[in-house]
Design a protein around this ligand. Sequence first.
Ligand code: ARG
Length: 461
Amino acid sequence: MAQLWGGRFTKETDRNVYLFNASIEFDKRLYKEDITGSMAHAKMLEKQKIITTEERDAILKGLEGILTDVESGALEITDQYEDIHSFVEANLISRIGDAGKKLHTGRSRNDQVALDMKLYVREQIGEIDSLLLQFQKILYRIMEENLDTYMPGFTHLQKAQPVTLAHHMSAYFEMFVRDRSRLSDISVRMNTCPLGAGALAGTTYPLDRECTASLLEFIEPTRNSMDSVSDRDYVIELLSALSTIMMHLSRFSEEVILWNSNEYGFIEIDDAYSTGSSIMPQKKNPDIAELVRGKTGRVYGSLMSMLTTMKGIPLAYNKDMQEDKEGTFDAIDTVKECLMMFMQMIDTMKFKKDVMAQSAVNGFTNATDAADYLVKRGMPFRDAHEVIGRLVLACIEKHKSIDEMTLSELKEISDTFDEDIYEAVSLETCVQKRLTTGAPGVEAMKKTLATYKSYLNENIS
Ligand code: ARG
């Protein structure tokens, strides 16, 4: 047990207490951030003449060596250390001796861990954002290829009005636009550097906090030292944004599961992205989609647990806050894995265009257009709604769709109907005449795609 404290104690920590208290098992993933923060701190200490140039150089060389050895596997991070900060410091001291003992001047593990976590979250936000961008590019390709792939649009899971596959995919594209903008808002808001806040009340050493902030590419140092070490808002905001991403992925998953069912049969999931049954040879299961839907729960769980952990903590740092890590790491890993798996499944999926179009023609998805036809011939919409309601009832009795009714059958319902009704309620007309901004008609969708194209070009990373 290598600990950073001990002077005040006369007895060793109980082994189980040590293990209960330790965070090395999960904060070891912050080794790079811890070393990066320490390097910036050492540079600033030298600039402020708190340590000598030789001491700084020794520290930087020692830290670089630790980083290289951890990455090559030559140096293992073991539970001999309480946390990643103790691990790095103890290794530094054993490599460079006394100069290593000066690194912690004007610093506390409280501002150190706040910094490490911010650096980590900031980097992960970038990675999740580029996964979302990659997914949007796949959706864009599907949209371009399916501007006139007709399918039913649903409300209450009942066929409502026909749309296109491009239009349907565009709805998810929009969700991911908002998800990405949430991530970017968070990365701006959280981009202040807590280093130099010390344990809670700053320090008497003449630290240059602006210097460390700029070395670490933060906009500026945090303004209040107590807030600096006890703020985990950005973790909560991230978990909330991740929960929303999972909620979107989960809805998408639900649709893939439905579309893959025998009843819908809209899609064929690629063999590489589906699984079979150990007993039923005919099965091809949408396991990826089901797992993504299922994993949504654990990301929501991390958000709830962090909100609950933080709610009763008096200022400033308290050990409760060590609980920020496991849930956040798990949520980040889960979202990244789900995004990767899900987008590959979507990218390789085949859409059965005929089945989709066939499904769009039955189920009276053109009933609204039939009512609009009567309105265009002078009938008030409320009356037209009533007439078409009666028409649908008659169709159900005759087991026919609206366009299968003969003109005389239609005229029995209302003599406003004429030959041109068939054109007016055809699948093509129903979709193509919908040209308002954001609507599924090809010309409207082309405009939407043009805005996506410039959005994606601006976002080439
Ligand atoms: N492992 C701790 C954490 O994750 C590091 C900070 C410890 N500070 C302290 N005063 N015990 O929050």
